[in-house]
Design a protein around this ligand. Sequence first.
Ligand SMILES: [Zn+2]
Length: 483
Amino acid sequence: MERDFTLKEVTPKSRDFSQWYLDVVLKAEMADYGPVKGCMVIRPYGFAVWESMQRDMDRRIKETGHVNAYFPLLIPKSFLEREKEHVKGFSPECAWVTIGGGEELAEPLAIRPTSEAMICSMYAKWVRSWRDLPVLINQWCNVVRWEKVTRPFLRTTEFLWQEGHTLHATAEEAEEETLKMLHVYRSFCEEMLAMPVVWGRKSDAEKFAGAEKTYAIEAMMPDGRALQAGTSHNLGQNFAKAYGIEFLDQSQQRALPWSTSWGTTTRLVGGLIMIHGDDAGLVLPPSVAPYQVVIVPIPPRKGDWAEAVLPRARQLLSALREAGIRAHLDDRDQFQPGYKYADWEMRGAPLRLEIGPKDIEKDQCVLVRRDTRAKAFVPTAQLASRSRELLAGAQSDLLARARKLLAESTTRVSSYDEFKQVMDTKRGFLVAGWCRDPACEAKVKEETKATVRVIPVEGEARAGACVRCGKPSSREVYFAQAY
Ligand SMILES: [Zn+2]
């Protein structure tokens, strides 16, 4: 395909959100479609964003006492079948390998949809005594879940993620771990992605197959749909029982450990794109931007730019890098500055630095914020400190704007008519009473597309009546249509 050298444009976000999203993913070169439906190619720029996120998440996982390991991609069918609820939940979306080396295999192998079966069967070999606990292991890998409707990053057949799998001697420790990791995810989303979330427990219909309890963080997207951004499961003793994990406790009695699992995926990249992007493309929070400052040199009207501006541009690049700022010099000779501006706007670089002959004369440069387009003339000597300030400003403004969006998209409703009316118009989170009956939740979904996203576990409970059936509700919950 011929490369498009014209200025890049996307469908306006307000006109067609869904098309806008796909345009941005492709034109910012975040990802492309692979040959198999639902299998995307994460392009270098998109992968650099994922790497920024991964680096920080990995640090947080390790700081909370976990270590990384790697387990096999292929899981024997009989392993997957040991936990009944688990296999029931995952088998419809499993991909199977039945032929290897040209021969039919004695036992089909699942391509991991998640690794509880594999990891728990190894834990059964490794754990003997209370001294072996807790086990706190995380793995970064890919998984495959056969999806019918797919969209880059948000729902893909193959995706990248981290999955933590832990074992504990007591139920209390397992519950503490489950919530600890949920809060690691929550602060990651707010601090790194500038994406505020609501959090709480999942209803039985939405919980992980085989779990006792699932907790989740959910973010609100600008089109009024909720994005599940991370989950943490208290698996109770279900998996220990199914996979034969036992330990001798301190009184030399055989006991079953309690396990947890928790994960976040490349779907977070999709959330990041949706929540901050605008009609000119991506807007990246400085914390995760591969390049926080992009330098665009402006050639002189006459003469050679390589002599007139490039040496100064390179000096500024070094000054920024020495100050610990991720900076990039766009010295591509074949593009005009106007094209480069549009290109880096599309890619969401938080700060653009313009440097031309006139700026060099005045010993200054121009910094332009991507999120607000605000322009600042900065003396060269203050470049690093001013850049840091502007980046911090962009990071906190993006979070503030996203918080405002979350608040504006949250509606407390008291009647089912009001519920339906909000779902027909702006959607968002609907805070309302719910009777805890799965049949009632299913009806709400059928009638409005909304499901229970989370049941808060903290804060005022506001007991009342179920918004649909009027039966007692002990606590209000968050409903929304989910991605
Ligand atoms: Zn009800």
